[in-house]
Design a protein around this ligand. Structure first.
Ligand code: ADP
Ligand code: MG
Length: 764
């Protein structure tokens, strides 16, 4: 009889495949088996899982698409003509909706929502915790002997959640806990279905009693508005008909899936979203056989399920595929106006997590759940479009349209080169630090890839537009040349550079350094702001030249020429993952800030304050508060990781290593007893010595970790604390991890307590 069988009978291990897979092991004391029983049970559970059938209705997507959204059609059906017009107008111009109209909208919205089975409502907002927040109220109110359902205009427009526990960065003392949520009519209300419950959700901004923004959405809206105001006069140089310019965003969302049973046996995954220990399996992603491979059936069922939920909410997800790493996947929608796209991405992450539970899966949105395996990002495809149907980053069919395109294109490059540091700061997070520059994601250096065609076009402008005196005739030729050249760009999708953090992909820029769990608004607010700021400068420079007597086209080309020359240092067409680029970037004077606490400093630099405060995106107080909040969040994250690691090392890993060490010692004693220790015991003695050394090193590492945390707590400011956590606490994670991973490789697999990478990544 094998010990596994003995242990199995006494500890009621799962039957069947798990046991066969684990194989037969001899001479293990029962007690040691007890330690790893959780892992074995989990693996057994996973192996025996059935596919959970998706709850598909069988209908075409078009039959239920956006059925839970109070969209234009629903508004037309449920609002009076006047109310409908007022909401449309508010969306278009940002004009306030008066009380009477909001009352009427509330009645229509309530009727629609109740018709769909909703009996409660909530303001839905995006505080700086990173998650979305909601506080449900029911429609009913007691009246006489019974109750009636009510929803007032005031309740639609404004709510006052008890906001004392949301981060405010010192703006709002806890004794003045008031914060307001205010209706954002730009993003349509929707009905969230959770089980049988249905709730009307109203997208809102979140602001303090004194008016400071405390969320992601309010600054994003301000930045979009600012960009529009700045872009319109520039568009009008070429196209008089446009009356609106909107920023567009199409995100791509990467994620990992792991089975719930394995998730629950890993305290690190539960508390931090990533594995703090775990040795890479022999087979990782090196064969690249997972990328775009067949989607496993369980995962496919999950995808169908969450896609359907998305479609009911009007989230246009259309693409699904396997990603590079094992157990990694991606989904992407059609692009939308940036505010709606951000809301949809936040909703998607929420839906993905909820639907995963139905399938006994956990979705990992962490930027780097597994060391040595690719992490997850969120590619933000960003562009601008007019209400006349032009994508401002798409080459057109006429010389004039191509000048419009070139103008916006070059201004993007100029904006990015001026404010690369802010873009870097906008993607900074404790999680994303693991990913940036780790040979799988763009480095912490912000550069732009534009492809060989656009490089040639820009070179041509730079060469042929004389910096000094102006020649209108050669300008006209250049314009024609630009026109003849550019259409090729559209055909040229081949020289895409996947290693660039900011790449032009034919009709949009793709910001690839955004983290998978991030709120897209953070980076999109920066993008809109720096672009708006740049366009204001551009217009002023052109106007000045024209005032001084230069022709309009000449002036435009001349200013662009200057930008092409001065933004050159951020253009890089080579391998962004290479060491050579790091060296080259240094020579060019580009910054390469690898960790969050240092990147966040850019938010409060003079340059940052200038561009944000001047353009009305953040006040100085708001910037300082955000800086405080982001540093604080960094400290909290690393602190939780440190505590979790110390706990796992001390109470899970060391004890099981000691257990195995005892087995070895027992065996050595036995060998001695029968008189063959000298010949047969050498390797076991070595092994026991190595195990003991790793155990010592772990305990030593944990002691140092605790001391470093204590020291970091004494820092005077939050930003100093964040830096101490980054420089002094975090490096000890690797020290402890290396020892733990070394143990994982020599301790008997049967007693190892934590699910291994091969189990988390390869069992479907
Ligand atoms: P890939 O980059 O994977 O080859 P695509 O180029 O088709 O795929 O698009 C990737 C993403 O870019 C999609 O989410 C798409 O909606 C988005 N996208 C396309 N056009 C625009 C645009 N004008 N503005 C913003 N995003 C866009
Ligand atoms: Mg992409």
């Amino acid at each position: 009889m094998t010990v596994l069988e003995t242990a199995g009978s006494s500890l009621s291990l799962g039957e069947g495949r798990c046991r066969r897979q684990m194989g037969e092991v001899i001479s293990q004391p029962k007690t040691i088996f007890f330690m790893s029983s959780a892992r074995k049970k989990a693996v057994d559970t996973v192996i025996n899982r059935e596919v959970v059938a998706p709850r598909l209705t069988g209908a075409k997507v078009s039959d239920y698409y956006a059925s839970n959204v109070f969209n234009d059609k629903a508004m037309r059906d449920h609002l009076s003509d006047d109310a409908y017009k007022a909401v449309r107008e508010a969306i278009k111009t940002g004009k306030k909706i008066n009380r009477e109209v909001s009352e009427s909208v509330a009645q229509g919205m309530k009727a629609w929502a109740m018709g769909k089975g909703a009996n409660s409502y909530t303001h839905w907002f995006q505080p700086l915790t990173g998650a979305t927040a909601e506080k449900h109220d029911m429609f009913f109110t007691p009246k006489g002997d019974g109750a009636i359902e009510v929803f007032s205009g005031d309740a639609l427009v404004q709510q006052e959640p008890d906001a004392s526990s949301f981060p405010s960065g010192g703006i709002r003392a806890t004794f003045e806990a008031r914060g307001y949520t205010a209706w954002d009519p730009n993003s349509p209300a929707f009905i969230m279905e959770i089980g049988d419950g249905k709730t009307l959700c109203i997208p809102t901004i979140f602001i303090s009693y004194t008016g400071e923004t405390l969320d992601y959405k309010a600054p994003l809206l301000k930045s979009s508005h600012f960009l529009e105001e700045a872009a319109l006069p520039v568009v009008h140089m070429f196209d008089k008909d446009a009356t609106r310019v909107t920023a567009t965003l199409g995100w791509e969302q990467e994620y990992f899936l792991i089975d719930e049973a394995l998730y629950y046996t890993r305290p690190d995954l539960m508390f931090t979203g990533r594995t703090l220990v775990g040795h890479s399996p022999a087979k990782g992603q090196q064969l690249e056989d997972h990328y775009f491979g067949t989607i496993p059936e369980r995962v496919y069922a999950y995808m169908l399920d969450f896609e359907q939920e998305c479609h009911k909410l009007g989230i246009p997800v259309r693409t699904r595929h396997n990603e590079v790493a094992p157990a990694q996947f991606e989904c992407a929608p059609m692009f939308e106006e940036v505010n709606v796209a951000v809301d949809h991405n936040q909703l998607l992450m929420d839906i993905m997590e909820r639907v995963a539970r139905r399938h006994k899966l956990r979705v990992l949105l962490h930027e780097k759940p597994f060391a040595g395996i690719n992490g997850s990002g969120k590619h933000n495809n960003w562009s601008m479009g007019t209400d006349t149907g032009k994508n401002l980053l798409s080459p057109g069919k006429t010389p004039k349209n191509n000048m419009l395109f070139i103008t916006f294109f070059v201004n993007v490059l100029k904006a990015v080169s001026e404010h690369a540091d802010l873009l870097r700061a906008s993607i900074a997070s404790a999680n994303n630090d693991h990913r940036l520059g780790a040979n799988e994601a763009p480095p912490a250096i912000i550069s732009a890839f534009i492809g060989s065609y656009m490089s040639n076009v820009l070179d041509e402008i730079e060469k042929r537009v004389a910096p000094g005196k102006y020649d209108e005739l050669s300008n006209a030729n250049l314009k024609l040349d630009i026109h003849n050249k550019i259409p090729d760009v559209m055909l040229d999708n081949t020289d895409r550079n996947r290693t660039s953090p900011f790449a032009f992909t034919g009709n949009k820029f793709e910001f690839r350094a955004v983290g998978s769990s991030a709120n897209c608004a953070q980076s999109m607010t920066v993008m809109n702001t720096i672009m708006g700021n740049q366009l204001v400068n551009f217009k002023a420079e052109v106007d000045k030249l024209v005032k001084d007597g230069e022709g309009k086209d000449g002036a435009i080309l001349r200013v662009l020429r200057g930008y092409i020359a001065s933004s050159k240092s951020i253009r890089f067409e080579g391998d962004g993952y290479s060491d050579a680029w790091e060296k080259e970037a240094k020579k060019r004077g580009l910054s390469n800030v690898k960790t969050t606490p240092y990147a966040l400093d850019f938010y409060v630099s003079k340059k940052s304050k200038d561009v944000f405060v001047k353009n009305g995106i953040y006040t100085e107080r708001e910037l300082e508060a955000r800086y405080e909040i982001m540093n604080h969040s960094y400290v909290l994250k690393i602190d939780i990781e440190a505590k979790t690691l110390a706990d796992m090392a001390t109470t899970v890993i060391v004890p099981s290593a000691i257990g195995y060490l005892n087995t070895l010692i027992g065996n050595l004693k036995g060998l001695k007893e029968v008189g063959i220790l000298g010949t047969a015991g050498k390797s076991q003695k070595d092994l026991a010595t190595r195990i003991a050394a790793h155990i010592n090193a772990i305990q030593d590492g944990v002691a140092k970790l605790e001391a470093a945390m204590e020291a970091a707590h004494k820092a005077k400011t939050t930003s100093d604390a964040a830096k101490a956590y980054c420089d002094k606490v975090k490096p000890l994670f690797d020290v402890i991890r290396n020892e733990a991973d070394a143990l994982e490789q020599i301790v008997d697999d049967n007693v190892w307590p934590l699910p291994k990478y091969r189990e988390m990544l390869f069992i479907r």
